[in-house]
Design a protein around this ligand. Structure first.
Ligand SMILES: Cc1cc2nc3c(=O)[nH]c(=O)nc-3n(C[C@H](O)[C@H](O)[C@H](O)COP(=O)(O)OP(=O)(O)OC[C@H]3O[C@@H](n4cnc5c(N)ncnc54)[C@H](O)[C@@H]3O)c2cc1C
Length: 493
């Protein structure tokens, strides 16, 4: 069943209140959550739209039905490329993060890793997870991924922490399930997710066994509290607010307070050897998703900067033209890395098709690190007005209106109304709470930059490059290029 956004909202609003904002327990129809809900609403609308079939939806061979692409396990490069396209186009519509990819990346990681754990340990997590996923697909559920633990002292391992709750862990194993305790943090979209999907955040050692735990719980489950920070724009409640101001996001600290997890919802329980693998599967899948969303952020910045250049009448100035092409480089290199990751990905034993981690990581690293530069390009082109623009009300107040209508027009070919809308947009995109969110998400979302460096140091084939250099230096007589010579792109479908 593909739900409408109204059906999604209806279920959400009937959930037991366990969300806290600003010191108070709130229901999920709280207006501060609405900007995030509006983003999710768009994802439901797209799946209902005939034009978006096979982009926003996919055929699930698990339940033999059309499902939301976010609930679909990629089966081939085409699926990965369609996901990337969906993320870019949907993210453009909501002015940035579409918020659905984390849940998607978590189900991919669990489908793959549960299979591998079963093969190594003789457990039956894969069947359990696939049963869970059937229900997830049938009911068109929305999941978020709670991976990041609060981590306490960064130089101490989970079991060395003074307060064990800095990493979510198993407190007790019972016949019918487990009791877990601890804090996850920065979990995007948790306050309006049907399901909270929990996976480990890091590699673990034998004495970290209790921290090797993965499970999923309904968002309003008992003894689970979501302490939530919404981010929104000033105009969000204005009936005439432009589209960009109607969208926002929320992130939550999730407290597991001796929470019971039924057995059928437990997908890892003590298999510490797979902590790193599960964490990395999520991270690499997420870095591939980023090759769709980051180009969308660059598209929005590029559009904003181009309009600002036009309004300032500096569009044709060489340094501005050069700056604008930088957006093209950032967006399309990230997108190209995503395509390469899809075409050179691999079919895992679970049947899930997984992106090539090298291309996924280089794309994420390049464009994540560029994010502040891209915002700076907008600032350079737009000038300082984004932080000094008078409030909108002053443009309509009797005493100030006449002055500000003249003040706001820079390029005489543009009207006062157009100019005000434009400069307000430049403020919202380039100098608002959402700006800070996107900048920091660009650096840390999906793992800090060092994590991509670590992934590349481990996975990149440095030996081949050393062999090549030895040959060119005349140290070796030949070098073996057969591995790369024989590498073929996968069939797309
Ligand atoms: C906007 C946003 C949205 C997010 N959404 C989600 C989400 O939906 N789900 C989710 O699970 N997570 C989410 N995250 C969390 C994100 O994955 C983390 O921010 C990221 O993994 C970094 O973790 P941290 O913030 O705890 O920073 P830290 O890990 O504390 O990193 C801070 C610095 O310390 C360094 N450091 C840390 N540990 C060590 C060590 N042992 N040795 C040496 N150096 C170290 C790091 O390299 C970095 O430079 C989100 C984050 C942001 C900003």
């Amino acid at each position: 069943m593909l739900r409408t956004k109204e059906q999604y909202f209806e279920k959400l609003f009937s959930m037991k209140p366990n969300v806290y904002i600003g010191g108070k327990k709130v229901t999920r129809d709280d207006p501060r959550l609405r900007p995030g809900l509006n983003v999710l609403g768009v994802t439901f609308d797209l799946a209902q739209d005939e034009k978006w079939k096979n982009v926003a939806t996919a055929h699930s061979n698990l339940i033999n039905k059309e499902v939301h692409r976010w609930a679909h396990l990629p089966q081939n490069p085409y699926d990965l490329m369609q996901k990337q396209k969906l993320i870019r186009l949907a993210a453009r519509r909501v002015g940035g993060c579409i918020q659905r990819c984390m849940g998607h990346d978590a189900i991919n990681a669990l489908a793959i890793c549960t299979k591998e754990i079963d093969e190594a340990k003789g457990t039956n997590y894969h069947e359990r997870f696939m049963n869970y996923l059937k229900d997830y697909q049938e009911n068109d559920l929305v999941g978020c991924c709670a991976q990041t633990d609060s981590k306490g002292d960064r130089l101490k391992r989970p079991n060395e922490q003074q307060n064990k709750d800095h990493y979510v862990h198993i407190v007790e194993e019972k016949k019918d399930g487990i009791i877990v305790s601890g804090f996850k943090m920065s979990v995007t979209q948790a306050a309006y997710a049907d399901e909270i999907i929990v996976i480990p955040t890091r590699a673990l050692k034998a004495d970290d066994r209790d921290f090797a735990v993965a499970f999923a719980l309904p968002g309003d489950w008992d003894n689970m509290h979501l302490i939530t920070r919404p981010v929104w724009l000033r105009d969000k409640d204005d009936k005439n607010a432009p589209p960009f101001c109607t969208y926002g996001v929320s992130d939550s600290v999730i407290v597991f307070d001796n929470t019971f997890v039924p057995k059928e919802r437990v997908f890892m329980c003590g298999e510490w050897e797979f902590g790193r693998r599960l964490a990395l599967l999520f991270a690499d899948s997420h870095r591939h998703s980023y090759s769709g969303c980051k180009p969308a952020v660059s598209d929005i910045l590029c559009g904003a900067a181009s309009l600002a250049a036009q309004a300032n009448n500096i569009e044709k100035v060489p340094h501005v033209k050069e700056k604008l092409t930088e957006y093209a480089g950032a967006a399309e290199l990230a997108y190209a890395a995503g395509i390469a990751a899809a075409v050179f990905g691999e079919k895992t034993k679970s049947g899930v098709f997984f992106p090539n981690p090298i291309y996924a990581n280089v794309g994420r690293r390049l464009t994540g690190e560029l994010i502040y530069h891209e915002y700076n390009l907008l600032t350079e082109i737009a000038g300082g007005i984004s932080v000094t623009l008078p409030f909108k009300e002053d443009f309509f107040a009797e005493e100030t209106k006449g002055f500000l209508e003249q003040f706001i027009v820079r390029n005489p070919n543009l009207t006062a109304d157009y100019s005000l809308k434009l400069w307000k947009f430049i403020e919202d995109v380039g100098a608002s709470p959402m700006t800070a969110w996107y900048e920091i998400a660009g650096v840390h979302g999906g793992g800090s930059p060092i994590m991509e460096t670590i992934a590349l140091s481990i996975e990149y084939d440095f030996e081949t490059r050393k062999n090549l250099a030895r040959y060119l230096a005349g140290i070796d007589d030949s070098y073996d290029e057969s591995k790369e010579l024989n590498l073929e792109p996968n069939d797309i479908k």
